[in-house]
Design a protein around this ligand. Structure first.
Ligand code: COA
Length: 371
């Protein structure tokens, strides 16, 4: 088999309209704009409205990425949604996205590696393409972490925001795309950043809700120390794995958690901050969505260009961390035009017809048609 590469040919983002500034937070908890900016770099974040959810944001970002790549949902073989705020324990949010966009021949699953999830998902989709197992993949990072945040806890509520970002990956024999990746974990630090209740260990009960165990709990100082250590390490490892040097890298796109963590990583790497993409001031920490959101903005404002070598590097709960080195590609030439509105219409119709058929089948076979 000839060698194959996984190229990023489409990208898209979806962010809620509602902005919550640091000044808004001053009215909710004992904090202030100056403290939040100096300790984190965050000025405002986006918060999902009632009608928005992890799946709707994911589908919106995914469709935009397909539009850029000019790829129809029906051409997708795989959808991975990395998220820490899935719609349900099951079914996977990725399956809801599959239905919303009408990706009729795609496998779909969620990937749970907290804020490192997007980097893991990108690597797994790229490996599936490189091994000739699939042709086209949609990788999405989507979050509505605002729903897992305790808005009375000043340690955490200042940090997180909602949003989604997506990449389309496509196979080609041209050298480029995802060149190397690093995936690491250390479960001994699991309790440093955790939502204690709601899983099988501590089922949701009146007691867990009363104690606020269904909200994010974090040891900020420990996470900070861990993050500053692993960000530069994972970047260097991905660069070495691709037989490159730091001088060969044009951009670092880090997980957008804290300005000071990002600056510390750049300092350790002796990499200029002008070539590190940062947009956390406007979105806060959007977990798995943060890297694709930063990539989309860097493309929009003309910084990131085809041919550039980029390291995307992340850390998060688990503990997990990882990086992906990619040579930026852009859309493959095609005359096809994908229109998101039309795609959505047909996907809705298809979903409705499938539900109807299931109901009729149920009635015919005497099972009441509830599935
Ligand atoms: N507003 C005002 N004061 C606050 C505050 C807030 N929102 N949150 C904490 N404080 C106070 C603390 O109570 C503490 O007061 P004390 O000294 O009287 O006890 C003081 O500020 C310093 O707290 P500390 O936790 O040491 O601050 P810090 O400089 O470590 O910054 C974080 C806190 C959370 C911003 C920082 O630790 C961090 O970003 N950690 C990483 C978190 C992260 O990235 N999580 C996501 C991983 S994907």
């Amino acid at each position: 088999m000839s060698p194959r590469y996984a190229h990023i040919t489409g990208w898209g983002m979806a962010i809620p309209e509602k902005i919550v500034t640091n000044h808004d937070l001053e009215k909710m908890v004992d904090t202030n704009d100056e403290w939040i900016i100096s300790r984190t770099g965050i000025r405002e974040r986006r918060i999902a409205s009632d009608g928005q959810s992890t799946a709707t944001l994911a589908a919106e970002a995914g469709l935009r990425a397909l539009e850029v790549a000019n790829l129809r949902p029906a051409d997708l073989d795989l959808i991975i949604v990395s998220t820490s705020s899935p719609e349900y324990l099951f079914p996977a949010t990725a399956c809801l996205v599959q239905d919303q966009i009408g990706a009729v021949k795609a496998g779909a699953f969620d990937l749970s590696a907290a804020c490192t999830g997007f980097v893991y998902a990108l690597n797994l989709a790229a490996q599936a393409i490189r091994s000739h197992s699939i042709e086209n993949a949609l990788v999405i990072g989507s979050e509505t972490l605002s729903r897992l945040v305790n808005w009375k806890d000043r340690n955490t509520c200042i940090l997180f925001g909602d949003g989604a970002g997506a990449f389309v990956l496509q196979a080609s024999e041209e050298v480029g795309g995802v060149l190397s990746a690093v995936m690491r974990s250390d479960g001994s630090g699991g309790e440093l950043l955790v939502v204690p209740a709601g899983g099988s260990r501590h089922l949701t009960s009146l007691q867990t809700v009363y104690e606020g165990q269904h909200y994010i709990q974090m040891n900020g100082r420990e996470v900070f120390r861990f993050a500053t250590r692993v960000m530069s390490q994972a970047t260097q490892e991905a660069v070495a794995a691709a037989n490159l040097k730091m001088e060969d890298i044009q951009w670092i796109i880090p997980h957008q958690a804290n300005q000071r963590i990002i600056e510390a990583a750049a300092r350790n790497l002796e990499f200029p901050m002008e070539r590190v993409i940062v947009n956390l001031d406007r979105y806060g920490n959007t977990s798995t969505a943060s890297i694709p959101l930063a990539v989309c903005e860097a493309i929009q404002d003309g910084r990131l260009k085809p041919g550039d070598r980029v390291v995307m590097v992340a850390f998060g709960a688990g503990l997990t961390w990882g990086s992906v080195l990619t040579q930026w590609t852009g859309p493959f030439p095609t005359r096809r035009k994908v229109r998101p509105k039309r795609v959505r219409f047909w996907a809705r119709l298809r979903s409705l017809l499938r539900r109807l058929r299931r109901r009729l089948d149920g009635l015919l076979w005497g099972r009441g048609g509830t599935a």
